[in-house]
Design a protein. Structure first.
Length: 431
């Protein structure tokens, strides 16, 4: 009988591991609490960047706010003097045939003894018919011609031509300026107490939105950089026209002046460097044409911004040295050149406030800065210009864009003469 094959061995049953009563099973792992998500990588560096930008902007706004508040202090009036000084009203006129005759006509109507002042036109490129008309009106005309015309050269030529010692006071006007009837007398009152006086220049025309915004800007400048500074015992800023000087001092200054653009800033810095204080006479009103065309606005601002940058480079370091010796007036004027244009502040601060909000950085400091800037500017806007202010602000973005364009193209603009044409012969605005 055949044997059956042995059965195939099945899978071996796994033996249970021997139990060790002395060893306890490892405790079950507790689930970890979820970690909070890491902050966005951009938040920390963006906060630091915004802080770096906030500090210089805050210093600039703080400067404006300080002197804007000071501008609300009531200035001491200049007391009228008895005898009037012998005065030369100098008017450089480069191809200003459209407006110069009316300027001379109005200048000769001053409430000032007729035998105590002369109107002198420095005629650069005027037509023969215009010169004849000026002589007929009673002005003295000094013809000049330069390879590169500048205001400083014209005024230097006038001081070299006029008889030395004939005049005690020199008043400088632009070819489009119209003095209020008592402006010359008010400048003379202030000149009795100071060698240099800046009058209050206001808008002559408010016929376009750009002209109105330009008028607002000048009003704020008068309030902050002239009235506010004078209230705290510092020199007022010169503005290029509506200025009165002791004649001998002006002749000396012009013999050294070399500015192509920003000649008023050159005078301002030199005067304060010498320790000569510049007084402010807000009651001496001079009407000045405000630019109405965009291209003229850009060209004018390019010249101003280039001059500011030039004098900032030349005077910032010496000003710091003078500040250490207590020469605050000169240091203040030089450091003013480092202030960013208000257009930059008006554009940058709101934009950076939005950026702080979007990125999660601290937004409160930016809101405070925006409010401080609004107060600093608002305090300087006179009542006549507040009417229609809301409508004017609608045109502010365009003006800011033009100003930023001027800033971007200002490099080297002070190395050549950039003429600003004038067309408004009559005063259509109120002071």
């Amino acid at each position: 009988m055949a044997r059956l094959p042995p059965p195939c061995p099945g899978p071996r049953a796994r033996r249970a591991p021997p139990s060790h009563p002395s060893r306890r099973p490892p405790p079950a792992r507790r689930p970890h609490a979820p970690r909070p998500p890491p902050p966005p990588r951009s938040r920390v560096p963006m906060s630091a960047l915004l802080l770096l930008l906030w500090v210089p902007l805050a210093l600039s706004v703080g400067y404006l706010l300080l002197f804007s508040v000071a501008g609300r202090l009531r200035p001491a009036p200049a007391h009228p003097t008895g005898a009037r000084t012998r005065t030369a009203v100098l008017i450089p006129a480069y191809r200003e045939d459209a407006v110069i005759a009316e300027t001379v006509r109005q200048s000769l109507r001053q409430d000032y003894p007729a035998d105590r002042f002369d109107v002198v036109v420095i005629a650069d490129g005027l037509r023969g018919a215009t010169v004849t008309e000026l002589l007929r009106l009673g002005a003295r005309v000094i013809p000049v011609a330069f390879e590169q015309s500048t205001k400083a050269k014209a005024l230097r030529a006038a001081m070299e031509t006029l008889p030395a010692g004939r005049y005690e006071t020199v008043v400088v006007l632009d070819a489009d300026n119209v003095m209020a009837p008592d402006a010359l007398a008010r400048l003379d009152d202030a000149r009795a107490h100071a060698d240099v006086v800046q009058g209050r220049r206001v808008a002559k025309n408010l016929d376009t939105p750009l002209a109105r915004l330009d008028a607002l800007s000048e009003a704020v400048n008068n309030h902050v950089f002239r009235r506010g500074h004078a209230a705290l015992g510092l020199s007022a800023a010169l503005i290029g026209s509506g200025m009165a000087f002791r004649a001998e001092l002006f002749a000396e200054l012009m013999s050294q002046a070399e500015a192509v653009g920003g000649f008023d800033k050159e005078l301002e810095l030199e005067l304060t460097r010498r320790g000569t204080r510049i007084a402010y006479a807000p009651e001496a009103v001079i009407f000045d044409e405000k630019v109405a065309a965009a291209e003229v606005f850009v060209r004018q601002r390019r010249r101003w911004l280039a001059a500011q940058a030039h004098y900032a480079r030349a005077h910032a370091v010496p000003a710091l040295r003078q500040l250490a010796t207590g020469r605050v007036d000169y240091a203040d004027k030089a450091l003013q050149m480092l202030l960013p244009p208000r257009a930059v502040l008006l554009a940058a601060i709101p934009a950076l406030s939005v950026l702080a909000l979007v990125t999660g950085a601290a937004v409160t400091p930016w809101l405070v800065l925006s409010a401080a800037l609004a107060v600093a500017i608002g305090l300087g806007i006179p009542a006549p210009l507040r009417r229609g202010l809301a409508g004017d602000l609608l045109h502010l973005p365009r003006a800011l864009a033009l100003m930023l364009r001027a800033l971007a193209t200002s490099r080297g603009a002070n190395r050549r003469f950039l003429h600003t044409p004038h067309v408004a012969a009559h005063v259509t605005a109120q002071s």
